[in-house]
Design a protein around this ligand. Sequence first.
Ligand code: PLP
Length: 404
Amino acid sequence: MSSPTSPRRISARIGAIAPSATLAVDAKAKALKAAGAPVIGFGAGEPDFPTPEAIVEAAVVAARDPRNHKYSPAGGLPELREAVAVKTARDSALQVTASQVLITNGGKHALYNTFATLLDPGDEVLLPAPYWTTYPESIALAGGRAVAIPTSAASGFRVTIDQLEAACTDRTRALVFVSPSNPTGAVYPPAEVEAVGRWALERDIWVITDEIYEHLVYGTARHVSMPAVVPELAERCVVVNGVAKTYAMTGWRVGWMVGPTDVIAAATNLQSHATSNVDNIAQRAALAAVSGDLSAVADMRAAFDRRRMSMVGLLDAIDGVRCPIPEGAFYCFPSVEGLLGRTIDATVSRTSLEFADVLLDRLKIAVVPGEAFGAPGYLRLSFALGDDDLAEGVGRLADWVARG
Ligand code: PLP
């Protein structure tokens, strides 16, 4: 056994992983709340609604069926793989077969499998920023190198072809494309999705398109799936998706990859050694979810839309805060640059990281600093929480800033 001071207790690969900032904020907020503090959590990336009853019932029935008590195929229950293929045609107008679907332990695991399957050491992956905090770590774990491409509120937080072109080298292997985006809520219009897809096709690079927020779009924004609008890209594209956000099923841990059969077969091989099958009960619940209608997500969307507009209005009215209107997902991503360096309540925050800490300490509101998403100067606030908490939490911030 090596001693605690031994320099090689943890591998360099794992030792280099940054902890998930979003989960850290959520854990800190929950611990404070458990200790009795009146914390309002804007940190979590999950719907505040319960999983719809029919889905829960399918899991209860499945738990009583002894067939679900045994190992099942590593790639997923055949019925679920088939249902995901049908759902993909219904929601994305993308025709795929069950052999192009791999069921994973959530969207996060689908991403991990995808990067591990596609990347070799030193491969570069283009990653428009602000990006979800997991991508760079997951890419690095697979030996790849994330190449961040900064975007700004001025361009709607959407990457342009010129930016992609400038960042592309002969080491570029893939592009991560996320619409609707976490953390910015940006949704690419169909013509831009097509333009990015055509560019990737021309450059002969892979696209990993994360569509987990596909049903959470507002106003006139419309989600389209890149391989549906650029069919020639299908051989160079992996779609990542899951039940977490659409059906309020974050804790059930079911997601999937959709891609070319050779990639899916290779990723299934990896998964067969890493985790074997996803929990059968959760897969049966996911089967009920994707085979059912979309009425539950329509109800959630209506509530999120109302909260979105209310949160943007409240935040934007605060002196020093600028909040663009998110078109999808359930996050506001305001700039707080106007508050940095300002003395408020005898505190001065120089960075959004420090500011987020002060907000939790002084105001008991939990937000995720932009640093977690490669975008210092911003905060991410989820609007997937009750209307009263939302108004109370943003109200605390507004009063505090106004008092100065
Ligand atoms: N992709 C994005 C953009 C996300 O925001 C999340 C969760 O926050 C995921 C994937 C992963 O979702 P899951 O809970 O299915 O792992």
